[in-house]
Design a protein around this ligand. Sequence first.
Ligand code: NMX
Ligand code: MLT
Length: 436
Amino acid sequence: LVALKGKIAKLAKEKSAQKADLLKNKADVVIGEVSVEQCINGGRSVKMMVTETSDLDANTGISYRGKSLYECNKELPKAPGGEVALPEAAFWLLLTGEVPTDAECRAFTEELHRRSAVPQSVFATLATLPKDTHPMTQLSVAMLAMQPDSKFAHKYDQGMKKGEYWEVALEDALDLVAKMPVVAAQIYRSTFKDGKLPAYDAKLDWAANYAQMLGVNSDEKFKEVTRLYLMLHADHEGGSVSAHTAHLVGSALSDPYYAWAAGLCGLAGPLHGLANQECISWLLEAQKDLGGQKPTKELLTAYAEKMVASGKVIPGFGHAVLRNTDPRYMLEREFALKNCPDDPLFQLVDACYQAIPAVLEKGGKVKNPFPNVDAHSGQLMHFYSLKEQNYYTVVFAVSRAMGVMAQYVWARAIGLPIERPKSVPLDVLAKLANKK
Ligand code: NMX
Ligand code: MLT
């Protein structure tokens, strides 16, 4: 922990100086304009916030601290015998800007294990909810149930100085990420199984232990695919609905638990994180409709054309800002080609990959006809026996907690203020537009 704090403190000093310099010497430089279209259509591409942890390129996808996901997967430490990067190594990278050594990564995993105990009151709160409460609702409620333990909130009440914010935020961030797998696994076990949580195994890495606590598959490959999944979903810069929500809430100095509870409510939307649930439902429905026929490019083209003609959205395709196949999708595809090429659901996913972009392109209105990560992730979970569709966004959320928490720490480390962009009524927008 001392090493981690030291690294963040050092980088925060550099970044704070950079921020001060920009504000002193370049404050008035205009870096973009906002069109009427951008103002109405969700601010796409308007650069109006700072996120240190990751950056999204429309064509090459996300990079964590300048490293593409392929580079991360290659360079970050692995589990013994594993081939994919450990997600907690990605968390370290997001927090510090550095690839951890194997020893640093091991110590970091242990630090997370030490912080993993979840207060009984959280499980008691969850137990009061109707059993059919959506797992994402349960997860957000669990974050709020943990909020009374926020070190940030307590210290703030005691009058902590601004310079101390990030260090105390880091304490909450590590606690929250450490507890996520336990809470998430308990939600799974209570909602879909017998309610008993398999024993916590601190000898395993963070993701493998989560996979084990889900209790659906003891195959080492399930642990490996969970590592990959959690590494790939960890961060997607600051503009996504969930990250932006958490950032906004955090900018009011609401503590990390409040911020992530709010972010999770955004992740639960079907155009965002819930797309992985929508996508697996869509795939299973398509499989039924094909009635045992082997999925081919031709069959899927006809199937997708019919769907688009009826005005329906094909889940897992398109993206608000990506303009190419999502590299997260490609890394999942590579895993599937290696580990489950004969899975009928993978063959369907593959046929969609061959067919759907051309269908959407022909329709002419979709800005990005290519698949995003959600078009694949469900198949991998399904293959390893995690089949309850409305749990899928929770797995995404366990991972994204790392990016959002790293963003929270960094927003405090460089002293970002309360976020408050300007909104205008349409009449005012029309007046502004007519002036030009
Ligand atoms: N299938 C059919 N139509 C689509 C699709 C799709 N997959 N994607 C976009 N369109 C339509 C969209 O509804 C819009 O139609 P209209 O003008 O009639 O309102 C038109 O194409 C233009 O949309 P875009 O500007 O290309 O997309 P936008 O930025 O508005 O939305 C998504 C981006 C991701 C919300 C959209 O592509 C979508 O709904 N995709 C399916 C859901 C999904 O996969 N979400 C994943 C998000 C990733 N994540 O991990 O969170
Ligand atoms: C994400 O991973 O957050 C999604 O791809 C959505 C986004 O970036 O807007």
